[in-house]
Write a protein that binds this ligand. Structure first.
Ligand SMILES: Cc1ncc(COP(=O)(O)O)c(C=O)c1O
Length: 373
């Protein structure tokens, strides 16, 4: 097959390019009408009262953690099987991420193991909709309520996914989305805080804008510590146009996932992605797992071999607790979260994007097959 197949590829139309250029013809490049429109449309789509557009999902997570006012040493229960930001945002405010191992099927935090980690210092649970599969929100809400804990949803990867008829991004006290280029819709860089709590929304909006007053504040008056986490108008114009296509994008991605499922279902060497019965998935990535008899070494070899054939695959996620920084600071070691470690040694993310063609999928599947001969 000619040309390389990337892991992910943004899908931007001519109309979307035109909309971004259109912003450059106006005097509003920041804090203008596009931000407001994008926020309102996302809030409506998810079904929450407030959405605050910011420059990344990581910034959105940081604002929520800061708005909740944790003190040094407070503990936040979270998953070690995620992108690094979902734990780092807790460290930004000197609180401590307390990891709980994952469920082997959904790859999300194992709700059965959460209560064993709750103590007097525990202030919140931060659960992630990993690979766009919703966490078990009913049970998470019950646990949070019973122990009087805040609940945060990292829905960076799950725009459009649903759990028991409710959209991801609508759970807990506050949630986030990311619009990084590999996501269902992109703004280049960008993210959103989602909440039904006015105080949380006001605080996040103010802190994202240098600590200015939420409404009618003076430009050079700063009433609290703030940051520049603003999302520019060009990004918002792209986001609005992409959001208009979201249903079509979700359908396209679902179709691609089904083609993969069909072509891979007879491979005895792998497991295809699991979807819980009460879940509607808006596919973010297509991640297969080697069955248990295969080692991490074999997985890495497969990724190398696929690369040699021009197919970019990835090994996400590497457990957060085994990242060099976390090992150095907290002394985590192999064996601390065995399910997460075992899963992460055998995952392979295959190329997955809106316009991946069936011919390319055929080539990917054929190449994968050769790796087992
Ligand atoms: C689960 C998760 N949380 C948070 C983030 C951070 O989002 P961003 O890259 O927009 O900062 C990502 C990554 O993109 C993610 O996958």
């Amino acid at each position: 097959m000619k040309g390389k197949i990337p892991l992910a590829r943004p899908d931007i139309t001519d109309l979307e390019r035109k909309k971004v250029l259109g912003v450059l013809k106006t005097p509003y490049l920041s804090l203008g009408p596009k931000l407001k429109e994008f926020e309102e449309k996302i809030a409506k789509y998810i079904g929450v009262k407030y959405a605050i557009g910011v420059n990344s999902g990581t910034s959105a997570l940081h604002l929520i953690i800061r708005a909740l006012g944790f003190k040094e040493g407070d503990e936040v229960i979270t998953t070690p099987f995620s992108f690094i930001s979902s734990a780092n945002c807790i460290l930004y405010e000197k609180a401590r991420p307390v990891f709980v191992d994952i469920d082997e099927k959904t790859l999300n935090i194992d709700v059965e193991k959460i209560e064993g980690k709750i103590n007097k210092k525990t202030k919140a649970i931060l659960a992630v909709d990993v690979f766009s599969h919703p966490a078990d929100w009913d049970r998470l809400e019950k646990i949070a309520k019973k122990h009087n804990l805040f609940l945060i949803e990292d829905s960076a990867e799950a725009l459009g996914s649903e759990y028991r008829g409710r959209k991801c991004g609508s759970f807990g006290d506050a949630a986030i989305l990311s619009f990084y280029p590999n996501k269902q819709i992109t703004t280049g860089e960008g993210g959103m805080v989602l909440t039904n709590n006015k105080r949380m929304a006001d605080l996040c909006q103010s802190m994202a804008n240098q600590g200015r007053k939420e409404e009618n504040g003076k430009w050079l008056e700063h009433i609290r510590l703030g940051y520049n986490y603003r999302l520019a108008e060009m990004n918002c114009a792209l986001g609005i146009s992409q959001l208009e296509r979201l249903n079509e994008i979700i359908k396209k991605r679902e179709k691609i996932a089904k083609v993969y499922n069909k072509k891979l279902k007879n491979f005895s060497e792998i497991k295809i992605p699991y979807i819980a019965p009460d879940v509607k998935l808006s596919w973010f990535v297509y991640v297969i797992r080697l069955v248990k008899r295969f080692s991490q070494k074999k997985r890495n070899k497969i990724i190398q071999e696929m690369k040699r054939r021009g197919i970019q695959c990835s090994n996400y996620f590497q457990p957060i607790h085994l990242q060099p920084f976390y090992q150095k600071v907290f002394g985590y070691k192999m064996g601390d979260f065995p399910v997460c470690e075992s899963v992460s040694q055998r995952t392979i993310a295959l190329p997955f994007f809106n316009n991946l063609r069936e011919k390319e999928i055929d080539f990917i599947v054929k190449s994968l097959n050769k790796c087992f001969l």
